[in-house]
Design a protein around this ligand. Structure first.
Ligand SMILES: C[S@@+](CC[C@H](N)C(=O)[O-])C[C@H]1O[C@@H](n2cnc3c(N)ncnc32)[C@H](O)[C@@H]1O
Length: 298
């Protein structure tokens, strides 16, 4: 095999095995491996981990060693046995309660998003979300699917919050918001409920859930409620102008396909939603992080 073919094969294996890596991460979070090791007074061997988690000795040892290889755990040898501790990465991002913890987002990804992603081919074929196959909920009933139980609602909201703890500051710093004394961060049933009057409405990770038609309807409602001189701040992950990157945003767009009615959009596509609703001076700013900001004025 020539080296170009080697590279192709290596890449193919990396892509094909990507789901196994995600599952190792999700399973270790589900089982509470990182909390156990954070609370232990010293590194633990796999027998101690399996007995405290109530998990099988064989499965636990395999999972722990794979976590070491993924740099989620570190191993040392004590008395001829491997003992495990969290790495800096795990202590910072995986342990519940750490200020930068992403644990709730990972639990949500493993328990909900992943289950919908198992039906990606069907989602592409049908062009709709996969709640019916994943959870037996009709695709039209997005709200009841996403908030199908109090536990699920809380996990979803806590997962969303994990991301803002890391990325919220950069999106809010993208524009000077000081001209807007009264800011409303929109949530709840904004398609039906009366909207409070405000100078600025924040629509964070809202428009990407919906079809163009529903976005237009919502933006028209916002325009009517908005004070003159006010505006709307759309916070989303922006696609490149040609719609073919960045990869993370393309993957998020597929995530919207398997889970919602919407998609991620390019700056031009957001302009095309905002202008007909009456908004002007549309400015798009990339933050360099996962989420970007679009500001438009009334
Ligand atoms: C993805 S969450 C984003 C929450 C928050 N802005 C953030 O960025 O973390 C979507 C928001 O849309 C609201 N929403 C309104 N109608 C909805 C519906 N029919 N289905 C799902 N979410 C809906 C939810 O209450 C929730 O606040």
């Amino acid at each position: 095999m020539c080296s170009q073919e080697d590279e192709g094969y290596r890449l193919l294996k990396e892509y094909a095995n990507g789901f196994m890596v995600s599952q190792v991460l999700f399973a270790a979070c589900e089982l509470g491996v990182f909390e156990l090791l954070a609370e232990a007074l010293e590194p633990l061997d796999s027998a101690a981990v399996s007995s405290r988690l109530g998990s099988s000795p064989r499965g636990t040892e395999l999972l722990l060693d794979t976590c070491v290889s993924l740099k989620l755990l570190q191993a040392a040898v004590r008395g001829g046995k491997a003992v495990y501790a969290n790495t800096e990465l795990a202590s910072t991002y995986l342990v519940r309660g750490s200020p930068r913890s992403q644990r709730d987002m990972l639990l949500y990804s493993g328990r909900t998003a992943y289950v919908c992603w198992c039906h990606l081919a069907e989602a592409v074929r049908e062009g709709r979300n996969q709640y019916p196959k994943a959870f037996g909920i009709p695709s039209e009933e997005l709200f009841s699917a996403i908030y199908r139980s109090e536990d699920e609602r809380l996990r979803f909201m806590e997962g969303l919050q994990d991301v803002w703890r890391l990325e919220g500051a950069s999106v809010l710093a993208a524009f000077d918001l000081s001209p807007f004394p009264l800011i409303c961060d929109l949530g709840g049933d904004f398609f039906k409920d009366p909207l409070p009057e405000a100078d600025l409405y924040i629509l964070a990770r809202v428009l990407h859930d919906w079809t163009d038609a529903k976005c237009c309807h919502l933006l028209q409602r916002l325009y009517r409620a908005c004070r003159t001189g006010g505006g709307v701040l759309v916070i989303e992950s922006l696609l490149d102008a040609d719609g073919r990157g960045p990869l993370t945003t393309l993957l998020y767009s597929l995530n919207m396909l398997v889970q919602t009615e919407g998609r991620e959009r390019t700056p031009a596509q957001y302009r095309a939603l905002l202008a007909p609703a009456g908004f002007r001076d549309v400015q798009c700013r990339r933050t360099g992080g996962t989420y970007d900001a679009v500001l438009a004025r009334k």
